[in-house]
Design a protein around this ligand. Structure first.
Ligand code: GLN
Length: 509
């Protein structure tokens, strides 16, 4: 690939852009240097988050003595709350805190959460998790939004930047997911306290990277000017947000520890969030409204995507545990390790390449627009589930070879790379700047719903205890066949309505 591609981007400097901001956005080359700092901060945050997430189910079963079913419900509830609070974190960042303060506050809460768990995992489990949920809500969407703000409207390098950022996410996920559970379970010296401390220590590293490099971001992410309010009043509002987020912790604690409330919570938050966005949308011009409407269509499709994709944490891991062999090209490997880590591994390998491919195609004016990329993502998702389904043709006695399962993960990873980083990028392209945080939050809220639906889809596929391996294989693979068909339909629908969405998106590609 040509090394000097897209080096010469020059976009007109908007009138309201300060010289400092213009200097950041006029960067030469493929990536702005600030992206690397955000990449590192997010990488360590994801280490902490996925470290905690990877220990969750096992901790609930082994230490809090929950049944498998209860543990998976609680795991699902935690995931749903984490991503739901991303919407709230994004909204407060837009309106009151600004992205930087939100990241600091979120990071701090995550550190407190991790060390609370480290201090006494059994006694303080739910309180530690509640801190982590709120903290992630303030951190996760806002660091992603800041990536988008490094680019000027119309800069075609933005998708590639998000692809690179996405591989940082997955480096952290792979390391954290592996290291923390290893430390927790290590024979002889393993300890939950130590493992949760690691999540805290790496969060400190992530937040320190951000603290020491944030000055390179110029005005990006500073707190918004709150109307005609004085600095004292603005400060008061900020303190109210800090205090408010601490006050809701007991409420989250109740919600997370009683997973039957998750349903009610999910039914309330989604419509409220949509209502908020529509209310905000009315304040904007027709062309901005159309773009926001297009963003909502992307968000809705992403719910379906995540509902299928997130089978990885549920039905695919149960499938891997029983219906797969443990030989991958002559190497003995636990199929659940493949299930848990191959996606991140492939993302790290291919995300930067896909980003560069988009840049290369852009230079030749053959880069597909975002709707087509989304359509391709669904087609690839369908193909991946077809490959998961086809494991049944290779099975002996209900056990399939691991290579075909791994191949399906390779395909599903490409599907993810055509949707997830592009979605992050789109949220910052399609929304007016005062709504960046809320829309990024909406994007993650869709993930919350996706996780929620994923659990329902997965449990519909599973059989009663005592079913034979061939019966289980049949039940799961038939479920994957259905998902392949739904994925195909969604992809075709998206591509068919692409001219319509394109119109809504105006100049955004
Ligand atoms: N794996 C990605 C991350 O952790 C995407 C998560 C999501 O949007 N569901 O950032």
């Amino acid at each position: 690939m040509n090394d000097d591609l897209i080096d010469e981007i020059t976009l007109p400097t908007p009138a309201d852009e300060s010289a400092e901001l213009a200097e950041i956005r006029n960067f030469k080359g493929k990536y702005p240097k600030q992206l690397w700092w955000l990449f590192l901060a997010e990488m360590w945050e994801r280490f902490s988050f996925y470290g905690m997430r990877g220990m969750l189910s096992l901790f609930l079963v082994d230490e809090l003595l929950l049944s498998d079913g209860e543990a998976s419900l609680q795991y699902g509830a935690t995931q749903a709350f984490v991503y739901t609070f991303a919407f709230i974190g994004g909204m407060f960042a837009d309106r009151i805190l600004g992205f930087r303060k939100s990241i600091f506050w979120g990071g701090l809460l995550m550190i407190v959460g991790s060390f609370t768990l480290a201090f006494s995992p059994k006694d303080l489990f739910y309180i530690g998790i509640s801190f982590t949920i709120i903290g992630t809500g303030f951190f996760k969407p806002n660091i992603s939004t800041m990536v988008g703000q490094l680019y000027r409207d119309g800069d075609s390098r933005r998708d590639a930047g998000f692809s690179l950022f996405y591989s940082g996410i997955n480096i952290g996920a792979l390391l954290g997911g592996g290291v923390c559970i290893y430390v927790a379970k290590a024979e002889g010296w393993g300890s939950w306290n130590l493992a949760f401390s690691l999540a805290g220590i790496f969060m400190i590293i992530g937040l320190s990277v951000f603290a020491f490099t944030q000055r390179t971001l110029g005005p990006i992410g500073q707190s918004p000017v709150l109307g005609n309010n004085s600095p004292t009043k603005s400060r008061l509002y900020r303190y109210m947000v800090y205090a408010g987020s601490l006050i809701v912790i007991p409420l989250i604690l109740i919600l997370v520890s009683n997973s039957q409330y998750t349903d009610i919570f999910m039914y309330i938050v989604g419509p409220l969030a949509l209502f908020y966005v529509i209310y905000e949308l009315l304040k904007y011009s027709p062309s901005e409204r159309k773009k926001l409407f297009a963003a909502i269509i992307f968000i809705v499709f992403s719910i379906f995507f995540w509902a299928f994709f997130e089978q990885s944490g549920g039905s695919l891991s149960l499938f891997a545990a029983e219906n797969l062999g443990n030989d991958l090209g002559g190497i003995k490997i636990d199929p659940n390790v493949v299930n848990n880590s191959s996606n991140s591994f492939f993302v790290i390998l291919f995300a930067p390449l896909i980003g560069l491919l988009f840049l290369w195609m852009n230079k030749r004016k053959i880069e597909p627009n975002s709707i087509i990329k989304f359509g391709i993502a669904f087609l690839l998702l369908a193909l991946a589930f077809y490959v998961f389904y086809s494991t049944k043709f290779f099975a002996v006695g209900g056990v399939s070879p691991l290579w075909i399962f791994t191949l399906a993960y390779l395909v599903i990873t490409f599907a993810e790379l055509f949707l997830s980083p592009i979605g992050l990028s789109l949220m910052t392209k399609l929304s007016p700047r005062p709504l960046h945080g809320a829309m990024m939050g909406m994007w993650f809220l869709a993930s919350a719903y996706g996780q929620y639906v994923a659990g329902i889809l997965g449990s519909n596929m599973s059989l009663e205890k005592g079913a034979s391996l061939p019966e289980k294989l049949d039940a799961y693979t038939n479920g994957y066949y259905d998902l392949a068909i739904y994925g195909l339909i969604s992809g075709v629908v998206l591509i068919a309505i692409s001219p319509l969405i394109k119109k809504l998106m105006g100049s955004v590609k």
